[in-house]
Write a protein that binds this ligand. Structure first.
Ligand code: ADP
Ligand code: MG
Length: 185
């Protein structure tokens, strides 16, 4: 579904990706490497929020730069560090980011409660984000990434800062995505 071909990335004169080629089919993938090895860089490039220096990415055989919006609407991305408005409730946060993303009102209304249920935050939908634990914030981020019904979910260190139980819960949630037709990286 997603094919990375010889991706290189330089920040100034420093090359951090030296020609990465990977093919992702349906399923769950993990990118493993030490701090600073370029995981976030490659995920930002795959999410089309950061330009590569050279190389290309094909989505079902077509260059993502050619697909443009039509590629980005297929993906959900949870960046490594997400900032939330502490005084927004969970529901309001999703509505707000959904609006910014251009999800239309009708679709938004029907999806907001669903994604909150998907990540087990429905009971907390009217609670302010500032009252959330680290795990709840991560799940809120995943709800945001799910909002536009992505085919590809790119999660950058989703278990960061979670306790062992939170990690286990999140893994269980992530395991359910392939059966919904969502590939997870
Ligand atoms: P990881 O996510 O695997 O920890 P990163 O992709 O964040 O790695 O970083 C890879 C390398 O690129 C690191 O050496 C980091 O310092 C460098 N880097 C990341 N972002 C920038 C940037 N915006 N400008 C300059 N260097 C960067
Ligand atoms: Mg990183």
């Amino acid at each position: 579904m997603l094919e990375l071909i010889d991706i290189k990335k330089r920040y100034g004169s420093k090359e951090v990706l030296h020609g990465i080629s990977i093919k992702f089919e349906n399923g769950i993938y993990g990118l493993i490497g030490p701090n600073g090895s370029g995981k976030s860089t490659i995920m930002n490039i795959m999410s089309d929020v950061l330009d590569m220096s050279s190389g290309k990415i094909l989505y079902n055989g077509t260059d993502i730069k050619e697909l443009d919006d039509r590629y980005r609407e297929k993906i959900g991305f949870l960046p490594q560090n997400v900032g939330y408005y502490p005084n927004f409730t969970a529901k309001k946060t999703i509505e707000y980011f959904g609006y910014l993303r251009g999800v239309n009102k009708k679709e938004l209304d029907s999806n907001v409660e669903q994604v909150l249920r998907d990540v087990n935050l429905y009971e907390n939908r009217n609670d302010k984000v500032k009252s959330f634990s680290g795990g709840m914030k991560q799940r809120l981020g995943i709800a945001l990434a799910l909002l536009a019904k992505p085919k590809l979910l790119i999660l950058d260190e989703p278990t960061n800062g979670l306790d062992p139980i939170g990690i286990e819960e999140l893994r269980e949630l992530i395991k359910t995505f392939p059966e919904q037709g969502i590939t997870v990286i």
